[in-house]
Design a protein around this ligand. Sequence first.
Ligand code: GRF
Length: 204
Amino acid sequence: MSKKPRLALLGSGKGSNARAILEAIARGEIGAEPGLIVTDQPGAGILQLGNDFGVATWEVVEPRYRTRLSPEVEEELARRLRAERIDLVILAGYLRVVKAPLLEAFPQRILNIHPSLLPKFPGLAAWEQALVAGETESGCTVHWVDAGVDTGPILGQARVPVLPGDTAGTLHARIQEAEHRLYPEVVARVCVELAEVDSERGRA
Ligand code: GRF
């Protein structure tokens, strides 16, 4: 039997997507083992999941930048994830751009969820961008992370309507409901593929 991929969940906020994934693992819908929860924001809500699901947590301390990690801090993060034998890194509301140290340590092994139908509206507050543009439809996208901002290969999308009278808050809440269904589905699929790759390597 192949081993279950070990996951790291990285987030800067309340962690509702990370929670949806951990719940799906607990229900047996994702064949994975949660290894580590990481945040770059002291006291972020996502840390609570460590207690709720019995998963180790780690706070990254970045003294210099707000939108990325310093290379030495990101290298330390990459070393920690390797030491924890992490197979797949899941960004779940992680608000920094991932740079070379992590990308090179986990090539094609970092997933992100973005609250728009990419390639439309990359970057911050994508639901607001959709409202301002007068879109009638929005949604969310799960993609592999590459060196760009929200540009990597797309693995899945879910659509939601933009309704008359929507505010940024109501639209983001509708998108988040879709995220909580889509992200666990895609993670489950990716974990099956990773387990197959690992068992083929084991046989080779
Ligand atoms: C989500 O809307 C996600 O698409 C974006 O950041 C938000 C994170 O929310 N990348 P949460 O922390 O998972 O609740």
